[in-house]
Ligand binder design. Sequence first.
Ligand SMILES: [Zn+2]
Ligand SMILES: [Zn+2]
Length: 115
Amino acid sequence: MDDDQFDTTVPPSGDGCVECLATPDGWWFHLRRCAKCGHVGCCDSSPSQHGSKHALATGHRVAQSFEPGEDWFWDYFADDYVDGYELPPPHWHPLSQPTPGPAGRVPRDWQDKLH
Ligand SMILES: [Zn+2]
Ligand SMILES: [Zn+2]
């Protein structure tokens, strides 16, 4: 793994998927944090898969789980787990935020809408 896929000075962009939050009906299942720029996107099980789209659009291939208690890194290009570096906190979204999220936007039949 190339070390320049990591920036250990950049905090996460926010509490939820950047693109989903910017869309009126956007919602996610799990969250991923870009190891390079801090972009928080949604996982590949989510309807919009903004995490992997971010990787493809930017070349930022490594993301860390942004889920409570998880610290693994994923390389979207290698399609595999990789070792990473300690990134600035917070290490996951607020515990007050539901999974899936965000609160109030998740459709009742969300399980049928996962990838
Ligand atoms: Zn999203
Ligand atoms: Zn990025």
